[in-house]
Every structure is written in C-alpha cells, then in structure tokens.
Design a binder for this molecule. Structure first.
Ligand code: XMP
Length: 509
C-alpha cells in the first residue's frame, strides 16, 4: 500500500513546513484541517502515520480544537507536535498545565532518553520551543522521553500504540536534530520505505485533475513567471486543450520575453494559448503618470479588464486556475482554502468574472518544490529558474513617465547587464537595470552629450523580504557600463545601486 502521512492541522504556524519536511524524506504528506476529516475517513484512507500539528490554543479552552480520542486507538502511529503533543496528553488522560514560569521560547537545551524517536540523536541537544502550557503529568501508559530545565515532559511516548509527542518543533531548522527525529518517526515508527518522489506529485495531480476536470473549460492567466508556468503545464498535461491560457502582454516585459513565453508554450507544449497584445492600451492609460502606486493600480485594473474581455469571448468558463504557491498564502494572511478568493498575481480576478470554481494546484508547495515540479514537467531550465519579475513589469523600473521609447531604451540596457552578469557567473538572486529620470552631461568623441542615467541593481537574498546588494566584480560592472554606454542610444552614464533592503526596496518604485 502507498505510504502517506496525514498532517492533521490544528492551526499552527508551521503546518506546511511539517508537510514539506515529510516530503523531504520521500514520503507523501497531505494536510487536512482537523474539522474537515472524520475519524472514519482517516481510518478508511489508509494513512501510514499522523502528525498532530501545533496550534495557538490551550487544550482547556472551550473553543480550542479537539479530536475524537479514539484516533489514538486506531492502530496508526501518531506524532504530536507542540499543541498537538498537549492535545495527545489531554486525550489520553494526562494533565496539561499552565504556569508563567514554565513558558519557553526559542532555542532550548533538552535531554533525551532511549527511544525510537531519538535514535542516532545525542542525549543532549538543542530544540526550538514556543509554549506556555506544558504536559505536567503524562497519561497512563506513557513515559517521558525528554525534558528540559523547565519542562518536565518535553517528549513522551506510548510505544505499544506507537504514540509519540514532542513539546518542541522538530520541523524548524533551529531544532538541531529535528530532521533526524522526523526521519525516525517516518522510518522507524511508521515503517515507511520512502519511495515518494516529486514525480509522484505530478502524476497524482495529473490523474486527479484529469478525472475532476473532465469535459470542463479551464482558464489560466499565464504571466510566464515560474508559478503560473508550472501550473499551466501541469494542467495541460491533465486536460490538454481544455485548458486555455491567456497571456496578457502589457508591453512592459523585458527584451524578447513576450515572444519567448509564446514560443515556449505554443510550440514547446502545444498549448491552447491566447496572447493578447495590450501594449498600446496599457501605454495610453499610463501616459503622463509618474506616481509609482498609481502606475501599479492602472496596470492591475487594466490587466483585469483585458483578461475579462478575453474570458467573455470564450463563453462559459467552469474553472479558473491560479498559480498561488504556499508563501503567497502566508502573505495574504489566509488560512482556510475556502476563503481564498484572490491573489496579488492576478489582482482579484475572481471578483469580476464568474467561475464555478477556483483551482490552486500548487498552493501547498514551496518555491523550490514548484521548481522541482517544473523540472519534472520538462519546462526549460531558464524558465524554471527565472528570477522574480514584478507584475507591473518595467513600469516600475522606468522612473517617472513611461513612454515606448524609454521602455525600449531600458530593455536594451537591461538585456546587456543581465547578459554580462550571467557570463560572469556571479551569484545574485535578482538583477536588472533601472532607467532613472536623471540626465547628465557626457562627452562622446568631441561632442557634448546630455543623456539619461541607467542604474544597475543586483541583490542577494533568501526571501526578498530583506536583501543585500550583491558585491559584483568590478570587471562585470565595467563591461556592463562600457557596453551600455556604447550600444544603447541616449545613455551617457551608468551607476550601481549599493543600497540594501532595508532601507531601500529591491525595486526602485
Ligand atoms: P521590493 O521592491 O518590495 O521587492 O523590495 C521584493 C520582491 O518583490 C518583487 N515585486 C513585485 N512582484 N508585483 C509582483 O508580482 C509587484 O508589484 C512587485 N513589486 C516588487 C520584486 O521584484 C522583488 O523580487
């Protein structure tokens, strides 16, 4: 039987991370909110193991999430984490208490005893704690297998029923041996063999959507970014030409990008692709606008209008697909799948067009997992590894008023910079050129020039929330500067942006 772990979600903040950690050990994991799956459904589904997640509550609160205690007797191994550990203690007849001086937060030294969960883990190591309540008395049949200086029961187990609980968070990297603990739970306790691969995610999704979407018309807004591209190819594999991708080219893309997207999907994947050339529309709306937020708003609204017009031409559409990935879900601060309506990538589309259903096939995946799926699907490397590109495109990289001429100038300078940087094989997470609104005096041949200034930006970052300017080699900057001033008409000066984020943002607008 296929191995799969149920992550039973009690509302904690690391739930997706738990599922991801399980997948890293090559075991399939799915997350279900505790109130969306019954004990009978759990038993029938044939899970290899269950993980109770953390949660923000206290088990004695009236409103706190609980589950049928009989789940502990279902013959399925369970690992309770944080709130999930306390819940297990409570369900099995132990005592959970709260004391001001018992709360622990952050890295904490803990001491373990012999147990399958702690196999190959030193008796003393560091874990990540975040709790006020604690297990004061473990339930009958349970034994304490770890403690800290403050917490008498940092972990417990009932080996006969394969029930394990940890007060700390093994899924975060601050827990030194957390990865090994999860591995022990999966391999030693649940008996998993670890045969799952990302390919299986692809196969499973394709199979599921093929059945679910049979005979339905499905629409997707393709931007050419990693997420929407992966979602598109995945759905295309499942339903072929019933997937209609609309690619709105707003004329604010980088050099050659629109054609590249079209070629990749139309020729490479033989997709049902509609490319809408909206350059004139967008530029006329943007004429004379200099304020960054206003530019964003205009582009967002116009995007919706263009997309809506295309959708209308297609008649009744059953399903809208969005390339939402897990970090977007966190950003929009939403927890429950059913409440998610719109997402910044497509600027609230579902509100203006009627669909029966919105589908987000990548919403449980992290960025690197999405890239892996993309690779499995045979999407070209340069697309899968594409750096982020803002929805409003070059409009936020042309400072001041946007004109076609300025956009073309920026496209050339940007292409040169990216080419030189790539040739130099410099590690940088995002790099681009900005066309500033500044003119300065120069000299070319014997003549005075009065051209524009291009700023180069390259940043090093993990998450784009904070970023450092990349220490580019002088030779790369030199070549880029020399080529841009020589090859791009109207540019007489090139500067390099040496500001980190904060205080600056990555984009200039
Ligand atoms: P900032 O400029 O906020 O950028 O430091 C952080 C990251 O987000 C990208 N970015 C955007 N992406 N729509 C997007 O889809 C936008 O309006 C937008 N603004 C910034 C930016 O390129 C960087 O990777």
């Amino acid at each position: 039987m296929e191995e799969k772990i149920l992550v039973l979600d009690f509302g904690g903040q690391y739930n997706q991370l738990i599922a991801r950690r399980v997948r890293e050990h090559h075991v399939y994991a799915e997350i279900k909110p505790y109130n969306k799956i019954t004990i009978d459904q759990i038993k029938a589904a044939g899970y290899t193991g269950i993980i109770f997640t953390g949660g923000p509550n206290s088990v004695y609160d009236e409103a706190s999430p609980h589950y049928d205690p009989d789940i502990l007797n279902a013959g399925i191994p369970v690992l309770g984490i944080c709130y999930g550990a306390q819940l297990m203690a409570y369900m099995a007849g132990g005592v959970v208490a709260s004391a001001d001086n018992s709360s622990e937060y952050g890295k904490t030294v803990f001491y373990t005893q012999e147990s399958a969960l702690f196999r190959e883990i030193p008796r003393q190591s560091v874990c990540w704690m975040s709790h006020t309540d604690f297990i004061q008395t473990p339930p009958p049949a349970f034994r304490v297998i770890a403690h800290t200086d403050k917490c008498p029961c940092a972990a417990m187990c009932d080996e006969s029923r394969k029930l394990y609980a940890v007060q700390f968070h093994p899924e975060v990297t601050h827990t030194e041996f957390g990865k090994q603990m999860l591995r022990n739970f999966l391999y030693e306790i649940c008996g998993c063999k670890g045969a799952w691969k990302m390919e299986d995610f692809v196969e499973r999704s394709v199979q599921m959507y093929r059945e679910k979407l049979a005979g339905k018309k499905v629409l997707l807004a393709l931007s050419g970014g990693v997420d929407s591209s992966v979602a598109a190819v995945l759905l295309h594999k499942a339903i072929g030409k019933n997937l209609i991708c609309v690619f709105v080219d707003h004329g604010l893309l980088r050099k050659g990008e629109g054609d590249f997207v079209e070629k990749t999907f139309r020729e490479g994947f033989d997709m049902n692709l509609i490319r809408v050339n909206g350059e004139e529309r967008f530029l006329s709306k943007l004429a004379g606008v200099t304020e960054p937020e206003k530019k964003r708003k205009i582009i967002g609204e116009e995007f919706i209008r263009v997309f809506e017009a295309e959708a209308k031409k297609l008649g009744k559409i059953n399903v809208l697909v969005q390339g939402t990935i897990y970090p977007d879900v966190i950003e929009s601060g939403a927890g429950d799948a059913s409440t998610i309506k719109s997402h910044h990538n497509v600027g609230g589309l579902p509100d203006v067009i009627a669909f029966d259903e919105i589908l987000e096939p990548l919403r449980d995946l992290f960025k690197d997992e999405v890239r892996e799926v993309g690779t499995q699907l045979g999407i070209p490397h340069e697309l899968v590894w594409r750096q982020p590109f803002p929805g409003p495109g070059l409009a936020v990289r042309v400072i001041g008023e946007i004109t076609k001429e300025k956009l073309d100038t920026l496209r050339e300078a940007d292409a040169i910079f990216r080419e030189e940087l790539e040739k130099g094989q410099v590690g940088s997470n995002q790099y681009f050129a900005v066309l500033t609104d500044l003119r300065s005096v120069g000299v070319m041949g014997d003549a005075r020039t009065y051209g524009r200034t291009v700023a180069l930006r390259a940043v090093t970052t993990d998450d784009f929330m904070t970023a450092e300017w990349t220490r580019l080699p002088y030779e790369v900057l030199e070549r880029a500067s020399s080529r841009i001033t020589n090859e791009v008409q109207g540019i007489s000066r090139v500067v390099y942006d040496i500001t980190s984020k904060p205080p600056a943002t990555v984009e200039w607008e």
